[in-house]
Design a protein around this ligand. Structure first.
Ligand SMILES: Nc1ncnc2c1ncn2[C@@H]1O[C@H](COP(=O)(O)OP(=O)(O)OP(=O)(O)O)[C@@H](O)[C@H]1O
Length: 658
């Protein structure tokens, strides 16, 4: 692509763009962020360049398609193609396929189309594609519990660049470092100078930290993959179903993704799950453990006859002792058992490890009380321990998962990109297969179509009769009513538009010249008033004196005014067009009159009726070269003459034949 041909792009910008890998693609797709990675090009500038490129392409196609009907046909074809893409990206990307007069542009798309035609559309791949969307970079990743520290301005800038999600603090001495260690749970010092500085808190001196952002801020990688998980998984499935060459080991990527939760948390870590559950169940389990002890103690008390001597009871009562001392004297074993049951319940319910169990045991003290009560201080300590362990575990899990996933960042981009490209290729391939397309040849003059089937006809595909038609120079197209004259013009325009988009065309074979302009004038509805008539005559006069290599398709221009005048005007336009290197087809019911009004020989082709079947005309849809087709009125008069055999019908028929 010549960058300098983009409006507003000079030599310097063009060479900056040339340094960016994939710049052409980014331009075509309007990927501003990618363009802005060119040296010295800001986002704003990149956006202007992208707009300029689109305008250039738009100009290119509007230079080619000169009339509303030609542009309408392009839009209709585009939407047929877009209907066959699955992703929103694919549909948008197809819009960048425009008909062009530029050989290099056409060849670029033809190379793509040839690859696309080799693709077998598979419904399972379609299904898988429906989940693929372009990857997004999450913007709001912020880490607040860690900070980076440096005393050096250059490192500060580098840190901001490498790890934008972390706060970066400037600090020069131990006091500053100590302050930071109080505010953040981890301080990562980037300067060697901090080695050996003793402060309280978690301070790590890691001058190499910036080289491994995923390890310092696993959140970035995790949030990227959490945001794009569904799309990447869909792209994996596309690769598997289609058997495409993957850019990485799909099983490992899939496995790493399955360990990532939708919010960027680590999933399927049994130990982390155990700790999370223990923290959340702690209070309820302590409560149940208490009940376990109390129930068991209550039963024991109920079952026992306690015999106590009167003096003992007296001395107990005098000392103000309660049930507790009675328990320790009389039911020491039962109490010990009840406490043990409570401890075991707690350890069991929370699935505590030996270290945690040691703390948990202390939650139910040896000293007898009734009812049994837990020690809140010990439960508090256990909670702290569990929470701290859970956080350590989560951080480690995140770091490990981030390290695994970081290696898949680029391959994931490639994976999704390939899947989206496949969607575009498959849309072209499906279109081509459904309409039985072939790649056209660009050679010679005019256009030659064999077995053309217009995808714009409302008929079901199997009801479309293939049409052969070739034209070079200036031709009139005559034919019976509803014979398919307009559809023939549509077919010619369709083949030219698709061919000059670089795409295959719906025909068994097609050959054409690369046209410089396409003018397609649809049928005018009814006679024009004087002003509109003048405008139309001017328009055609301009057309007649225009440049070389044009395709001009005109449908029943005669209806603009009365037949006699129309024939003269059309004859004059055709004469003028015949003097230029123009391919023109004028559909007309006045072919005979136009030819006799013209000073030169004007070719005429005819769409003929080959008979009548159940009162309906049977038509040969392919125009016959050099034949003025008989019109529907003539055919009807002929039928009446044949059937009635009266003089009046013979007389009428004679008028047609003269
Ligand atoms: N190749 C074809 N295969 C099947 N049906 C066709 C084909 N071409 C035309 N038809 C059918 O014939 C109808 C009339 O076609 P079209 O409008 O092109 O004829 P026309 O000759 O331009 O008619 P008019 O004389 O009214 O201008 C179409 O709507 C379509 O139903």
């Amino acid at each position: 692509m010549e960058f300098e041909s983009i409006p507003g792009v000079g030599a310097k910008t063009a060479s900056a763009l040339a340094e960016v890998e994939g710049a052409e693609r980014a331009l075509r797709e309007g990927d501003v962020a990618h363009l802005a990675s060119a040296p010295g090009i800001s986002e704003g500038r990149a956006a202007r360049i992208a707009r300029g490129a689109i305008r250039r392409e738009h100009d290119d196609s509007s230079r080619l398609l000169r009339t509303d009907r030609a542009r309408e046909i392009h839009r209709e074809l585009l939407s047929l193609l877009q209907d066959r893409a699955v992703t929103a990206y694919g549909k948008r990307r197809l819009e960048t396929f425009y008909p062009s007069g530029s050989p290099s542009r056409i060849e670029e798309v033809r190379a793509f189309a040839r690859r696309a035609l080799e693709r077998e559309p598979d419904p399972d791949v379609r299904e898988a594609l429906s989940g693929v969307t372009p990857l997004e970079t999450p913007r709001d990743v912020r880490v607040r519990d860690r900070c980076l520290v440096t005393s050096d301005a250059e490192t500060l800038a580098a840190a901001r660049e490498a790890l934008p999600e972390l706060p970066v603090e400037v600090c020069e001495d131990a006091r500053g470092l100590a302050d930071l260690a109080r505010s953040y749970s981890t301080v990562i010092a980037l300067d060697e100078a901090f080695t050996g500085v003793e402060v309280e808190g978690d301070v790590q001196v890691r001058p190499d930290a910036l080289s491994d952002p995923a390890e310092i801020a696993p959140e970035r990688v995790l949030s990227f993959f959490a945001t794009n998980r569904e799309s990447i998984r869909a792209a994996i499935s596309v690769h598997r179903t289609d058997g495409m060459d993957p850019p990485c080991d799909l099983d490992s990527l899939d496995d790493a993704l399955s360990r990532l939760g939708p919010d960027g948390e680590v999933r399927d870590d049994a130990e982390l799950d155990r700790l999370t559950r223990a923290v959340s169940d702690l209070d309820a389990s302590v409560h149940t453990a208490e009940s376990v002890a109390n129930d068991s103690l209550r039963n024991a008390i109920e079952e026992r006859d306690v015999t106590i001597e009167g003096t003992d009871l007296l001395s107990l009562a005098e000392r103000g002792a309660g049930i507790d001392s009675l328990l320790s004297r009389e039911l020491a074993d039962e109490y010990a058992e009840a406490i043990e049951a409570a401890r075991e319940h707690l350890i069991d319910a929370l699935a505590l490890d030996p270290g945690e169990s040691e703390i948990a045991r202390g939650a139910f003290p040896e000293e007898p009380t009734f009812p049994v009560e837990h020690d809140e201080n010990v439960v508090g300590r256990l909670r702290e321990e569990l929470v701290a362990e859970k956080e350590r575990r989560a951080t480690r899990g995140k770091r490990e998962l981030a390290a695994d996933l970081a290696a898949f960042r680029d391959p994931s981009e490639a994976l999704v990109r390939a899947a989206l490209d496949l969607d575009v290729e498959l849309a072209v391939s499906r279109f081509s297969r459904e309409f039985d397309c072939t790649m056209p040849d660009f050679s010679g003059a005019g256009i030659e179509i064999e077995g053309g089937r217009s995808p714009l006809l409302a008929e079901p595909l199997e009801a479309i009769e293939p049409v052969d038609y070739s034209v070079a120079g200036v031709t009139l197209l005559s034919g019976v009513n509803s014979g398919g004259k307009t559809s023939t013009l549509d077919l010619v325009c369709t083949v030219v538009v698709l061919a000059q988009m670089g795409l295959p065309v719906p025909a068994d074979r097609a050959r054409l010249e690369r046209f410089s302009e396409v003018h397609y004038h649809a049928k005018t509805q009814g006679t024009l008033d004087a002003g509109a008539f003048e405008g139309t005559v001017r328009e055609f006069a301009d057309l007649a004196s225009g440049g070389e290599g044009r395709l001009v398709l005109v449908d029943e221009l005669e209806s603009i005014t009365e037949p006699g005048a129309s024939a003269k005007i059309i004859a004059g336009i055709l004469e003028a067009l015949a003097e230029t290197d123009t391919t023109a087809v004028f559909v007309s019911h006045l072919a005979r009159e136009i030819r006799s009004a013209a000073d030169c020989e004007i070719a005429v082709d005819g769409i003929e009726a080959v008979g009548l079947e159940d009162g309906e005309l049977v038509v040969n849809r392919s125009p016959v070269k050099g034949r003025l087709a008989r019109s529907t009125p003539e055919l009807i008069v002929e039928k009446l003459a044949r059937e009635e055999g009266t003089a009046i019908y013979d007389r009428l028929l004679g008028k047609f034949e003269s």
